[in-house]
Design a protein around this ligand. Structure first.
Ligand code: ADE
Length: 238
């Protein structure tokens, strides 16, 4: 069976969204992955189809009801992959988690709106929480699409071998080196000499040095980890 994303949302029309275009969209058409979208509102229990209510203890906004969310989750109980609620309280999404999800059978994504989901249904169903960054979105749908875009491009057969993930940012623990294309001279700016030298070893060395320099300058957090890994494996240099 293809890798399967099961999405629970009150905005089913938001999917596939951007994922229906370009790389992920072509892979979807080619059957490399499946996207199943359920409307949480279909699991509402009253004739007004309510999915939310005001928070106990007071305060602004609305909270998604545990009974409705539980019924929606029961609907994906047999679907493959970990159960993930997109939330700014969650484990930060990084390339390591993206690789783990791509290596599995799929993922089940719960998208919340309003001020969140009743805590009890998250506990009862053992839902994991994932955040796409330290900022607040107005709902989980955009976050779910961020996660799916990152995962789907790693599925076997999605990327051409022209764009191997082994070379890119984070896969080696470094930021990506700068890229250039024609014209070789543009507005008085030349492409770095090493890249037009035709010497593969020089190109590789230049790219590695620029990747290391950028990482050291912009992401000291990644640079520390990279240096630690280098100390216990590759040759170390500061
Ligand atoms: N929902 C709202 N903000 C979010 C975030 N930063 N990550 C994941 N889901 C969210």
């Amino acid at each position: 069976a293809p890798w399967t994303a099961s999405v629970l949302t009150i905005f089913p029309e938001a999917f596939p969204g951007i994922l229906g275009l370009s790389l992920a969209g072509r892979a979807l058409e080619r059957g490399i992955w499946r996207l199943e979208v359920s409307d949480i509102r279909d699991f509402a229990l009253d004739r007004h189809r309510s999915v939310d209510d005001s928070p106990f203890g007071g305060g602004a906004g609305m909270v998604m009801r545990p009974d409705v969310v539980d019924a929606a989750l029961a609907g994906v109980a047999e679907r493959p992959g970990p159960l993930v609620y997109l939330s700014p309280r969650g484990r930060l999404l990084d390339q390591e988690l993206v690789r783990e999800l791509a290596a599995g059978p799929g993922v089940r994504l719960l998208c919340g709106r309003y001020e969140g989901v009743d805590e009890r249904v998250l506990e009862a169903r053992g839902v994991a929480e994932v955040s796409v960054g330290d900022y607040v979105l107005s709902g989980g749908e955009v976050a779910a699409q961020v996660l799916l875009d990152a995962v789907v491009r790693l599925l076997p057969g999605v990327m051409g071998n022209a764009e191997s993930p082994a070379e890119e940012s984070f896969e080696r623990g470094l930021l990506e080196y700068p890229q250039y294309t024609r014209p070789a001279l543009w507005q008085g700016r030349a492409v770095p000499e090493a890249l037009v030298s035709g010497h593969h070893a020089r190109v590789r060395q230049w790219r590695r040095e620029r990747a290391e320099e950028l990482t050291r300058q912009r992401r000291p957090d990644l640079w520390s980890r990279y240096q630690q890994a280098a100390g216990s494996g590759r040759e170390s240099k500061d």
